[in-house]
Design a protein. Structure first.
Length: 334
């Protein structure tokens, strides 16, 4: 009985998955596989892309130099965790002393990585970590928000973002809500937390804090067009923190740092905001600088951190709001 087109595709897909499982690296230009399956390069490429889209969490796609007219090709493979992790950690250990602190950071947050190395590599890295123990101290890092179930959710969302896919998300901030069929746009780390940028069914941009995501489900819709991201390119490039709004006209705050903290706001110092600009250093020892913002929440928490050494000079409405909030806070203290 003659196989149907669908049956042939299923057989071909499972054949390719078997080869991946056995550790073979696959690429569309492989003449041996093309002959074995009896398909053309375009069809094989589509098969591999389908497998990668469905199983991107366990399948790696990378450009590799193959002997095909001297060009690099897209190679698909199942990662060998022991070899891949070993190669990466060895780079930090042998090739980049300036980045050796990453080994300590990895070990503090996920010691099981070292268990996948050979005995000699494990001993070498443990020795390097021991030598750096008195040098580095980490009190905050990105991994802190990705423990237990959120680590699993993070992996699921990474796949959705990478392949421009829809998801339905169960989210609980004040109240639990089900956000149906959202476009997963970008994973963003800001304010010491991970956020997922989404576009809702109403084409509104939202940032969902991953720590408040309870569940991620597949949506009836599958993938969205990549050009959707173009709408938010400027926002992603210019956003300063999770309170930055999209599509809102910028306002400029002029702030004055007192002499006691002036050193942190001098022109040569690293700015606290992407839009921060040095204006002048008056003779009284203070420093005046500006910061753009889309809403007060974007910068007021920062100003409050420096109480009473940071003063809002302009605009007037921001200064009034700041004073109102301070009076309210004082009143609550009795």
């Amino acid at each position: 009985m003659k196989s149907t087109t669908t049956e042939k595709k299923i057989i071909h897909i499972f054949t390719l998955m078997q080869k991946l499982y056995e550790g073979e690296e696959l690429y569309p230009q492989n003449e041996r596989i093309l002959d074995e399956l009896g398909v053309n390069e375009r069809t094989l490429r589509r098969y591999l892309e389908d497998i990668h889209r469905l199983y991107g969490d366990i399948l790696v796609s990378e450009k590799k130099q193959k002997y095909l007219h001297g060009k690099k090709v897209s190679v698909y493979r199942v990662p060998n965790k022991e070899q891949d992790i070993s190669k990466t950690l060895r780079f930090f250990l042998e090739e980049s002393n300036e980045l050796s602190w990453i080994l300590t950071l990895i070990n503090e947050n996920n010691p099981r990585f070292l268990k996948q190395l050979s005995l000699s590599e494990k001993e070498a890295i443990e020795q390097a970590i021991a030598q750096d123990k008195e040098v580095f101290l980490f009190k905050s890092n990105p991994f802190e928000n990705l423990q237990d179930e959120h680590e699993r959710l993070f992996s699921q969302l990474k796949i959705a973002v990478k392949h421009h896919e829809y998801r339905t998300i169960i989210y609980r901030y004040d109240n639990e809500e089900t956000v149906e069929s959202v476009k997963c746009l970008k994973l963003i780390f800001t304010n010491n937390n991970w956020y997922l940028a989404i576009e809702t069914a109403n084409e509104e941009l939202r940032l969902l804090r991953i720590a408040f995501i309870k569940e991620v489900r597949y949506s009836a819709k599958t993938t969205y067009q990549k050009h959707v991201l173009a709408k938010y390119r400027y926002y992603f490039e210019s956003m300063q923190n999770a309170m930055s709004l999209q599509g809102v006209a910028l306002k400029t705050a002029v702030l004055k740092a007192s002499p006691s903290i002036r050193r942190y706001f001098l022109k040569e110092m690293k700015p606290f905001f992407a839009s921060q600009k040095f204006i002048e250093a008056p003779s009284d020892g203070s420093v005046i600088f500006s910061v753009d913002y889309t809403q007060p929440l974007e910068i007021l928490p920062f100003v409050k951190q420096w109480l009473p050494e940071l003063e809002i000079l302009e605009p007037k409405e921001l200064r009034i709001l700041y004073k109102t909030e301070l009076k309210k806070a004082l009143a609550q203290q009795g």
